[in-house]
Design a protein. Structure first.
Lengths: 117, 113
C-alpha cells in the first residue's frame, strides 16, 4: 500500500506555545490531504481538508485560527496548533487519498500524540 | 442515532478462533465499505475495501457487505495475538469523496494465547 509519513509521533509542549505537525505522502502525490483528531476510545473526527495551492476547508466547529493548515506541495501538508492549551491534547492523524483505477483509497499517517502541559 | 454503529468491545478470543466484527449503518447511500486496523497510538491501516454487496476475501480476512440489511462484517480466521488491535469500519457514498468517510467507533480485539 501507499505510504504516508507523519512527524513527530509525539510531542509535549507548554501551554501557549505552537506545535507543527507534518504529513508527507512518500510514494505518491496528493493534492488533497485530511486531518483528523481522535480522543481515547473514540473514532476519528475529521477536522479539515488540506488543498494544495488553496485554502483548507474546515469542518463545522473547528477553529481556523487555532489549527492552521498549509499544503505547501503535492506531497506535504502541515498542521500547526497555535497557542496550544491542555484541551488541545489529543491524537492527531493525517491521511491522503490514493487515486488508482475506479476507486479512491485513503491511507493514514502513523499519528501524533500531542500533550499540552 | 449515529450513522454508523459499531460495538466498542472489548472482544477477547483465544488464539486460533474465528472473529466476527460488525457494523450497522443507516444511510442507504453508502456504497463503499472499508475496514481499518489500528494499533494503539498508530494511524489506521487499510485492511479491506469493498464496493456494494457481496464478499471479499484476502488471506485470513473476509469482508462481507449486506446492503439490504445495512450490515457489514469482517471475519478473521485463525486469529493471532498480532491481530490484537482496534478495528474500525468506514464507509462513503461514492468514491472521490474519501474525506467524507464515516467511521464507526471501533471494536477493540484482544487475541489471547
Amino acid at each position: 500500500g501507499a505510504v504516508v509519513s507523519q512527524h513527530p509521533s509525539w510531542v509535549i509542549c507548554k501551554s501557549g506555545t505552537s506545535v507543527k505537525i507534518e504529513c508527507r505522502s512518500l510514494d505518491f502525490q496528493a493534492t488533497t490531504m485530511f486531518w483528523y483528531r481522535q480522543f481515547p476510545k473514540q473514532s476519528l473526527m475529521l477536522m479539515a481538508t488540506s488543498n494544495e495551492g488553496s485554502k483548507a476547508t474546515y469542518e463545522q466547529g473547528v477553529e481556523k485560527d487555532k489549527f492552521l493548515i498549509n499544503h505547501a506541495s503535492l506531497t506535504l501538508s502541515t498542521l500547526t496548533v497555535t497557542s496550544a492549551h491542555p484541551e488541545d491534547s489529543s491524537f492527531y492523524i493525517c491521511s491522503a487519498p490514493l487515486v488508482g483505477g475506479p476507486n479512491e483509497k485513503l491511507f493514514f499517517g502513523s499519528g501524533t500524540q500531542l500533550s499540552v502541559l | 442515532q449515529k450513522e454508523v454503529e459499531q460495538d466498542p468491545g472489548p472482544l477477547s478470543v483465544p488464539e486460533g478462533a474465528i472473529v466476527s466484527l460488525n457494523c450497522t449503518y443507516s444511510n442507504s447511500a453508502f456504497q463503499y465499505f472499508m475496514w481499518y486496523r489500528q494499533y494503539s497510538r498508530k494511524g489506521p491501516e487499510l485492511l479491506m475495501y469493498t464496493y456494494s454487496s457481496g464478499n471479499k476475501e484476502d488471506g485470513r480476512f473476509t469482508a462481507q457487505v449486506d446492503k439490504s440489511s445495512k450490515y457489514i462484517s469482517l471475519f478473521i480466521r485463525d486469529s493471532q495475538p498480532s491481530d490484537s488491535a482496534t478495528y474500525l469500519c468506514a464507509m462513503s457514498a461514492r468514491t472521490g469523496t474519501a474525506s467524507k468517510l464515516t467511521f464507526g467507533t471501533g471494536t477493540r480485539l484482544q487475541v489471547t494465547l
